[in-house]
Design a protein around this ligand. Structure first.
Ligand SMILES: NCc1[nH]cc(CCC(=O)O)c1CC(=O)O
Length: 309
């Protein structure tokens, strides 16, 4: 019998390909299918092409997903594999996040050259990061440190580090692990002082709403607790209006039927910080996240989100 090939869309970066291969491996194992039952389709996105300015200025998160979502809608691919962290809260009509793979470790990793630990860096050391959240968290902890924009893929960033352009950089532990590069890490940063970005460490799969064949395929590889955590974190982000110039952290932990969420927003210099906590039933993940987002908005005041552009 002729079998349909499931087309898996992904960006072409090493991390994106690792995530697509992991998804394919899980689908093969869950369904006893050969590799030939899948085709990995690499799609270049505007986010991959823009290298000369911060993405938050060029249009933000959607830049990594637009062309891939067009391919989904045009049926050139059947599923798209993404880092949840890079997904906008609003998806195009007709598409949904239909599965989340079990989450990796969510912590940020420090890769230091001048010192193994971030807090042991010399005064006024230069650290590279293009994440608004990481920049603000570093400055909050060490106002003397100079944070410089640091873009490019993981390999490029590490080369710049070892060439001596910076004394250290921060990357997601999850990404380094998926690349088999966790050995470069010199410190795993504690969650309390370095709360992760919403979605960090979780691979999500996007597909067409109503595609029953895909839904059946994905069912066994989806992880319920990760989906609940992500539903809370994405609702939190959406309630903050996705104001992509504001550093935002948010992390939901699931323990059986219970969910605990911690959220934080910061000024870019790390000196103004607002925190929010929520606890409740995992089944109510989304309303808990929305409520946390509304509460932190209220605490901070509308002007907090306008002051930093
Ligand atoms: N914005 C790039 C991006 N998107 C997801 C990850 C890491 C992997 C993950 O969080 O799942 C990274 C790189 C990084 O932050 O180090």
């Amino acid at each position: 019998m002729q079998m349909d090939v499931l087309k898996i869309g992904t960006r072409g970066s090493a991390l994106a390909l690792a995530q697509a291969h992991e998804t394919r491996a899980r689908l093969m194992a869950a369904h006893g299918l050969p590799e030939a039952a899948f085709e990995i389709v690499v799609i270049s996105t505007s986010g991959d092409r823009i290298q000369d300015r911060p993405l938050s200025e060029a249009g933000g998160k959607g830049l990594f997903t637009k062309e891939i979502e067009e391919a989904l809608l045009d049926r050139r691919i059947d599923i798209a594999v993404h880092s949840s962290k890079d997904m906008p809260t609003a998806l195009p009509a007709g598409l949904e996040l239909s599965a989340f793979l079990e989450r990796e470790d969510v912590r940020d990793a420090f890769i230091g050259r001048a010192a193994a630990r971030l807090e042991d860096l010399p005064q006024r050391a230069v650290v590279g990061s293009s994440s608004l959240r990481r920049q603000a968290l570093i400055r909050r902890l060490r106002p003397d440190i100079e944070v410089v924009m640091f873009r490019g893929n993981v390999q490029t960033r590490l080369r710049k580090l070892y060439e001596g352009q910076v004394a250290g950089t921060l990357l997601a532990n999850a990404g380094l692990r998926r690349l088999g590069m966790a050995d470069v890490i010199t410190e795993l940063l504690p969650l309390e002082r370095f709360p992760p970005a919403p979605g960090q460490g979780a691979i999500c799969i996007e597909s067409r709403i109503g595609d029953e064949k895909v839904k059946t395929m994905l069912e066994p590889i989806g992880h319920v607790a990760t989906a609940q955590a992500l539903s809370c974190e994405r609702a939190f982000l959406a309630a903050l209006d996705g104001s992509c110039r504001t550093p935002i952290a948010g992390y939901a932990q699931i323990d059986g039927e219970r969910l605990a969420f911690a959220g934080m927003i910061l000024s870019p210099d790390g000196q103004a910080v607002h925190e929010v906590a929520a606890e409740g039933r995992a089944a109510e993940a989304a309303p808990l996240g929305t409520d946390a987002g509304e509460r932190i908005r209220e605490k901070a005041g509308a002007r907090f989100f306008e002051g930093w552009s």
